[in-house]
Each structure stands twice: as C-alpha cells, then as structure tokens.
Design a protein around this ligand. Structure first.
Ligand SMILES: [Zn+2]
Length: 329
C-alpha cells in the first residue's frame, strides 16, 4: 500500500488523531483528553497513545506511515517545530515538539499552527476541495484564520501570516488582547458579539428575551442565548447577530481586495445561525470589495466541523514531505 499520514490536533482539552491515506481517505480516528495540567511528558505520552489507537482503528502499521503533522496552539516556529508558550498548555516553554514526537514515533513530524491546519483541512478535503485559493475564519472566543493561496498554506517567516482576527476594522476601537485596538475579533468573535450585545443593553430602554435568559446579569450572557433568542424571534438578538455579521463582512471585504480568494469559509459554532449571520456578511463584504473579486468570492460555512484540524494536520505534513523531497532532488 502507499504510505499513510497521521494528523494530530493538539488542543488544551483533547488530543485528536487521524490516520489519513495520501488520497485523502480517513482510515481511523482517536480522541482522548489532553490532561494538559499533568505537564509536557504526560501530553507527549497521550499523543503517542492516540497515534497507536488511531493506527489500530485504521489497521495500519507504524512502518506504513510516511510522516505525522501536528496542529498545535501558537505561537511557534513552524520551520523548526518549536512551540513557544501556549496559554492552554501549562508548563510548556520553547518545546521542540516536532523533534520530541519524531523521536517517539520514529517518523518525520511537522508542526503547524492549529488555525492554519484547520484551513488546510478544509482546502484539502472539505468545502475548498475544488478551489486553489481560500481563506478560513473560525469564529470562537477569538477569530482564528488561515490562508491558502495557489494551493499553498501561507505561513510567513514568523508563522503569523493569516492572523485574520487581528485585522483592524476600527481605528481606536475596542482594546484587543494582542495590544492593538479595533481588531476584527473584538467585534466578530463570540466574545465580540457579546460585547456588542452588552453595550447596547446597558444603554437601556430595550425589550429583549436576553435580559430574562441571563437573569439580569449581563456577564452571564452566552452566544447560545443569543442564537436561542434569535430563533424565538427576538428582534434585538437578531440585530446583534446581524451587526456581528456586518463587522465580519467589513473584514472579509478587505481580505477579498487583498487576496482575491475564490472562497471565504466560516467555521465555529456561530455559523449555526445560518442566513441571519451570512446575509449581512455577504452584503457587507460585497459592498466593501471590488466588484469582480467580490462576486467571485463565495462566502460559505465550513464542512469538516471538528475534523478539519486532524485532516489538515495530516495534509500539511504530506504537503511538507513532498516539498522537502522536491528540494532534495
Ligand atoms: Zn488583536
């Protein structure tokens, strides 16, 4: 058989692993708790256990694996595979993750940023299968992003290319954790959406189900409450969702002008809102971009869900093995 790839999605809560054929068939999967609080060695053990379990499920031997890819939380040096100090992996400091895992698995191991890897997953086997250039925005606590241009993941020498969440959409806007102001994720993430809701509710004079749902304590407001209120026909909640969509569209319009992607893919729980979110995103993005690339760029929901990371990690590793082989010959 042709050799298979391993993809690992290293999160603060779970380690997910998949064995993927070079043709893109998922042959076996595993998911287990990261146990991040037990420190580096325990996490590495967990990753090896996950690989063995996924190989067993796939009925593939370690000897039949070409390489492994890991999607890890940044910041990191993707070229050396060193992960600096991810906030959700306590005790990790300048960890040479690629080397440590390569020693354990006895195969080449490549490390990439988890958001980039998810983008590559959608590009390789998800909704982006038929395009050459796409951008992914994952809407969660923050806004993660990734860019594939002409079939290649855009990483940048410092690995920070594709930090779409920190695109400035408002000068002197809301303070961002990155130190800058007015970043897209301050408006378009779930936390950003909640800020928009709270700010307007605090001005008073509103009649909305949200007040009842959070028991009058605005700090208890969640993204789910907003989606639920939208479904129950709450006008204010619908406005909050639409406003969030308009902020997203503002950022996406600039991305379209900058990169001319064929596709802009949105992932994360928030996309469950459907047209209430997507309509204002599309309208604003078109209004904010040149006509031709604005019409070309399809703005659609992601397709792989929670599997984008493992699949993308395997795909990134395959792409890098092939690139390294090309350089050597
Ligand atoms: Zn920022």
């Amino acid at each position: 058989m042709t050799k298979a790839m391993i993809g690992i999605d290293l999160g603060g809560t779970n380690v997910k692993t998949a064995v993927v054929s070079r043709e893109g068939d998922v042959l076996g999967k595993d998911s287990r708790p990261t146990d991040a609080e037990q420190g580096l060695e325990a996490v590495l053990d967990k990753m090896v256990e996950g690989v063995d379990a996924a190989l067993q499920a796939a009925k593939v031997q370690r000897a039949d694996v070409l390489a492994a890819g890991i999607g890890a939380p940044g910041p990191m040096n993707w070229q050396t595979g060193v992960v600096f100090a991810p906030p959700n992996l306590p005790g990790w400091k300048d960890v040479p993750l690629a080397r440590l895992m390569s020693e354990r698995l006895q195969i080449p191991v490549y490390v990439d940023n988890d958001a980039n890897v998810a983008c590559y997953g959608e590009f390789w086997l998800g909704v982006g299968r038929k395009v050459d250039s796409m951008v992914l925005l994952t809407l969660g606590t923050g806004v993660g992003g990734g860019i594939v241009l002409m079939g290649q993941l855009l990483r940048g020498p410092d690995g920070t290319a594709g930090e779409i969440g920190h695109l400035c959409v408002k000068r002197d806007g809301r303070q961002c954790n990155c130190g800058a102001k007015g970043c897209l994720e301050q408006y378009a993430s779930v936390s950003g959406m909640l800020k928009t809701a709270r700010k307007r509710i605090e001005q008073g004079g509103l009649n909305t189900l949200l007040l009842e749902m959070c028991g009058g304590a605005l700090d208890n407001l969640t993204g789910k409450m907003i989606s639920d209120a939208v479904e129950q026909g709450d006008t204010f909640a619908k406005w909050v969702m639409e406003e969030t969509g308009r902020w997203l569209g503002t950022g996406i319009g600039s991305i379209i002008n900058l990169l001319n992607p064929e596709m802009v893919v949105l992932g994360g729980g928030m996309i469950g809102a459907g047209d209430v979110l997507f309509n204002p995103v599309r309208e604003t993005a078109r209004a904010q971009s040149f006509e031709v690339p604005g019409k070309r760029a399809e703005i659609i929901p992601a397709g792989l869900g929670g599997d984008a990371g493992v699949i993308g990690a395997a795909g990134c590793a395959l792409n890098r093995v092939e690139r390294d082989a090309g350089k050597g010959s």
